[in-house]
Design a protein around this ligand. Sequence first.
Ligand code: GLA
Length: 741
Amino acid sequence: MHRRFAARFCSFACLASLATTACAQRPTDAIHVDDVSHVFRIDAGDMTYEFGVNEDKRLQTIYWGEHLSEKDHPQSPKASQGMSSFDSSRNTTPQEFGAWGGGLYVEPDLKITFPDGNRDLDLRYVSHSMHDGVLSVQMKDISLTVVVTLQYKVDDATGIVGRRALIENGTGKPFIIESASSATWNLPRGTNYILRYLSGRWAGEWTVNDQNVKPGKTILESRRGTTGAQNNPWFSIRRNDTTEENGEVWFGGLAWGGSWQIAVEQDAVQQVRVTGGYNPFDFGYHLKAGATLETPWFYAGHTSHGLGDASRRMHRLEMDTLVPHAPHEKLRPVLYNSWEATEFKVDEAGQEALAEKAAAIGAERFVMDDGWFGARNNDHAGLGDWTVNPQKFPNGLKPLIDKVHSLHMDFGLWVEPEMVNPDSDLYRKHPDWALNFSGRPRTEGRNQLVLNLAREDVRQYVFTFLDKLLTENDIAFLKWDYNRNWSEPGWPAVAPEEQKNVYVDFIHNFYGILAELRKKHPNVEIESCSGGGSRVDLGVIGLTDEVWPSDNTDAFDRLRIQNGFTQAYAPGIMMAWVTDSPTWVNQRTLSLPYRFLSSMQGSLGIGANLTKFTPEELNTSQKMIAEYKNIRETAQRGELYRLVYPTDGSEEAVTESVSRDKQQAVLFTFLHSSTELYPYPRVFLRGLDPDRIYSLSSIYGKASDETPASATGSYWMHHGINIELRGDFQAAAFVLQGVSH
Ligand code: GLA
């Protein structure tokens, strides 16, 4: 008997029951269950994923890769016999979700300590069901009532599968979960794989790293209580002959903004597994009798069309399914942000002067950054005291907001809700609200401590002040910052055995506040910022509208940063500001057009001190912003082709974005430094309709004289364009507009 379930893919937030947005109702026919062989098969977006119940009643991966023909009938999986007395069947069988017990040495998906000291767990298949587009497969321990439900959902367009596990304690007594993953993804057995992952630090996020997958294990992780920039919860694994445009890639990301881990392991039988979920380091979730722990969604996909296509699939998933208003997220407005211009020296007159200039060049949103509240004149004091500073704004925020509205912009505000300066009224009143171990030092970062958002009183405080701020003021946008990571993650107010629940409960409350605020203030948009790009993951993307990739706003450094960011995340959520030159980061001087073209590849913002701009600079800015508005839908929502990476010693960087209907493409070209009289390499476009005629026009810079004014997509892709770029730090950009079909 062969049953097909009508499946559909709902947004992360929707399924986590945390957000307000409705599920995208996209019926599919993607998940099939064969009730005889007990094989589950997912076919979507030219991918097939297959797993089943083996003779031991354990769940086993059968296949994950290019779409298989329907003619290939499902075969029940057979457990491996094991290698030797050293590596038993449980180690060498590619389990979908392996519980720790019975001598399992590979990365376990679940490890529990029971009150009687038992730590052995053996999960076997019990039943399955389908509800609201999610396939749930239940497993239970051989003797204890520990029920684990594996959930699967699939995005039709991209073939990206979402998986997570629900761990239910039916034993009648509490137990401690020492590690819990969302899923293990088993790749075809092999040794010819290359892992790509992202690393970084403050002002240097999004570095692309490639390494061969060798026997042993590579751990990508954050132990910081938050996503972190040191690794991002994203991976891609490719065959070693795969390129940007061709070949197989398996890729994925974890929807979790707390401490996380992704383990990439090649085991004794050359099976490659990717296991991801909560970071087991310092983990110990106290699960009460009758309670359930949900693990985060872990999304993963497959393509046979290279690293570029893997990224484009992730972008499409994010923009069409995960972001709060998907698939109808509005385009990112051009924003102005005051931070680099004024830092903490904000006041009514100064902000209004900036707002006038910002409106004149075409900004659509004005955002006042840090410094507007409490005794916040520098980063030593005031965090936590969310009342308007009366010296800086004697009549509250209203005059400034009214002024911004009169200039036809909407108004945004910076907040950092989860933090407190010890020098604040909030901390003087509630020193116990910070994460801490009783009687131990409290390590500060940027002179601040982390509030324990897992506490109900802290959750209430944070929600209430934000709700009040949004209710009393006409605010369209919050830049939600988070400027340090955890230390001393204690929670002395609860019993010692429950204190480590902070790793999960904090993040659930963070998501809960975002969801509740969005519900009550549905028109407010939110940016996730964490001293730059330290809180970017598929979890926060489901509850915010854009992210800040880095405090590094040097337009040349940004080319590398954006190249790394877009491996995993869409340009449509990537905020990029044009700031002053020389930059504070490297003291590098870059032309204003160069700075604009670097930022125009994502969601454009302006962060420069416009009161110091010359009339000519203001003119250039106005022109570039007008050009951006003409191509922003393509830049934000189009298909991104990274034609030349700005890394590995390259003197060039080239990206191209093609609109979904292929009517427009925008090409951005950058030259670091000319050498030895070489001309700029010819640029070959991609992704155009070969038969359509496209006209070429310049946003900035010149194509060589022989370039036709219009030609077919095929011409631009195969003949290519010669671009006149010579010198140091040069840039040019062009629009290809479809004129007929
Ligand atoms: C962080 C952010 C910056 C700015 C400052 C304000 O560093 O990343 O953009 O908002 O905080 O203190």
